[in-house]
Design a protein around this ligand. Structure first.
Ligand SMILES: Cc1cc2nc3c(=O)[nH]c(=O)nc-3n(C[C@H](O)[C@H](O)[C@H](O)COP(=O)(O)OP(=O)(O)OC[C@H]3O[C@@H](n4cnc5c(N)ncnc54)[C@H](O)[C@@H]3O)c2cc1C
Length: 454
């Protein structure tokens, strides 16, 4: 008998699971794989959208890793413009609407993978649905923004919210010659950093000409003839031709919740470390799930392509009888605003305090290459460690070219529970074009050892 695997969602989480399963079981007579995607595209890089809008990448097709027909050639029945409306756990079926006008059908499954992604936060503010107000979540959104910039030639854009998506879209607008204003509810941009490091991001934004209004939430939008003409805050009205929303996302767990599948306190679908949900034969991967933070020991929902792909791989192995586990996350992320790079991993000082860990922190300033070497740029590294033990809890980096990916060394150190003292002794590479003799992350660790007081 042929087993039937149904996948909901045709991007990173869902299609990585489908592709991995197909690689392990190439014979469609043994395992049939059907993937339903309500949009037009499959396996696209949402991460590449800001660079397509900024015209760093010229064609949106380049962001599509595998089209529906390429999936079909590889034995995955990818059906775009098909939306899954509900899951019947008792009957083992999903209800699917053909959005091209073909009606609704029930489709049976033996195993089901949920890869529904996340939904962007879109507060109910006056005018938020006006023309010219864009969310940036799917490739279709990216194409719409690009078109608005190409055709509409906006002079002024306001970015609302300064998570990494907001920052990357601000960069894209700067690259397109649009005047950019950024409005943020918190005191500093990028609330996933401590405020002192966020202040450096604010400086970096100002350095590329972005106007900032911090601690100032958008309260509504003025419109003219159905199109946005200004963003309104409590303090001011900011005239603009285009608005980009970057207010973050929430796990899209509605289908799972309606079917009685467990959803956690973060709003993400609960899974065990094999990515199995609370229901038998139902798996989940990507932005729709809740995962485990290895340092805070708390459930978290962190929407990143890195996690979606890794979780999808684990699902693809496990649905085909293998044994793989997803080990959790430590919140590593990198982003860039023009010449400035931003990175973080583990816990910030604020997050450590929130989970009740007694932490010490230090920040150092250094250069990305030997000081005398051409192209040496400024870099600031902040490290956070547990007081007494010196166990590294997290790190943040803001600097110019070559700064951000240094976070990977920190990620490995935090992941493995290394102390600041152990990091000081780590055998990292050195030559003048790559770093000063003491790499900035080691300099920060060295300074931290003085504070740990073990
Ligand atoms: C602008 C932008 C920049 C980003 N940059 C980075 C980055 O630099 N690094 C990084 O790691 N991550 C980045 N991300 C995040 C990354 O893109 C996501 O974490 C990743 O796409 C998650 O994959 P997913 O498959 O879980 O969800 P998605 O990519 O959201 O895919 C879910 C799919 O499911 C479909 N779907 C949902 N419900 C249904 C239904 N009921 N029926 C049928 N189909 C359904 C949706 O249409 C969607 O295509 C970025 C995201 C954005 C928006």
């Amino acid at each position: 008998v042929t087993e039937r695997l149904v996948v909901v969602g045709g991007d990173a989480g869902g299609m990585t699971a489908a592709s991995q399963a197909r690689r392990r079981v190439p014979d469609a007579a043994e395992l049939e794989i059907v993937a339903f995607e309500r949009g037009e595209f499959t396996s696209y890089s949402a991460c590449g959208i800001p660079y397509f809008v900024g015209d760093v990448v010229h064609e949106y097709e380049d962001l599509v890793a595998r089209s529906p027909s390429e999936h079909r050639q590889r034995g995955i029945d990818a059906r775009t413009r098909h939306e899954v409306l509900g899951i019947d756990l008792d009957r083992g079926t999903v209800r699917v609407r053909d959005l091209t006008g073909g009606g609704e059908d029930d489709h049976p499954f033996d195993q089901l993978v949920l890869g529904t992604g996340a939904v962007p936060v879109r507060p109910k503010l006056d005018g938020i649905n006006a023309g010219g107000v864009f969310g940036v979540q799917t490739l279709a959104d990216g194409i719409a923004v690009r078109r608005a910039v190409d055709d509409g030639k906006p002079a002024r854009a306001v970015v609302v919210g300064s998570g990494y998506v907001g920052l990357e879209m601000a960069e894209a607008m700067v690259q397109r010659g649009v005047d950019v204003t950024l409005v943020e509810v918190f005191e500093q941009p990028m609330h996933t950093l401590d405020l002192d490091m966020g202040a450096l991001v604010a400086d970096a934004l100002r350095a590329v000409g972005v106007e900032l209004y911090l601690g100032e939430p958008a309260t509504g939008f003025e419109t003219t003839g159905g199109r946005v003409s200004a963003v309104v805050t409590e303090q001011r009205t900011l005239p603009c031709d285009l608005v980009l929303l970057g207010l973050g996302v929430e796990p899209d767990s509605a289908l799972a919740a309606e079917a009685g599948i467990g959803v956690g306190e973060t709003g993400g679908i609960r899974t065990d470390e094999t990515m199995r949900t609370t229901a038998d034969g139902i798996w989940a991967a990507g932005d729709c799930v809740e995962t485990w933070h290895r340092v805070s020991h708390r459930p978290v929902a962190i929407a990143l392509g890195t996690h979606a792909n890794k979780q999808g791989r684990v699902v693809g192995i496990n649905v085909t009888g293998g044994e793989a586990t997803f080990p959790g996350v430590i919140g590593t992320a990198v982003t860039k605003v023009c010449a400035y790079e931003v990175a973080r991993t583990g816990l910030t000082e604020r997050e450590a305090a929130e989970v009740g860990i007694d932490a010490v922190a230090t920040t150092i300033e250094a250069t990305t290459r030997a000081g005398y070497f051409p192209g040496a740029e400024a870099i600031k590294v902040k490290l956070v460690a547990e007081g007494g033990t010196g166990r590294l809890l997290g790190g943040q980096i803001v600097g110019q070219e070559g700064a951000a990916k240094r976070v990977d060394v920190l990620a490995a150190a935090v992941w493995n529970g290394m102390t600041a003292e152990e990091l000081v002794g780590l055998d990292v590479g050195y030559a003048p074009p790559f770093s000063p003799l003491w790499d900035p992350v080691l300099v920060a660790a060295r300074k931290l050892t003085d504070l740990v007081g073990s």
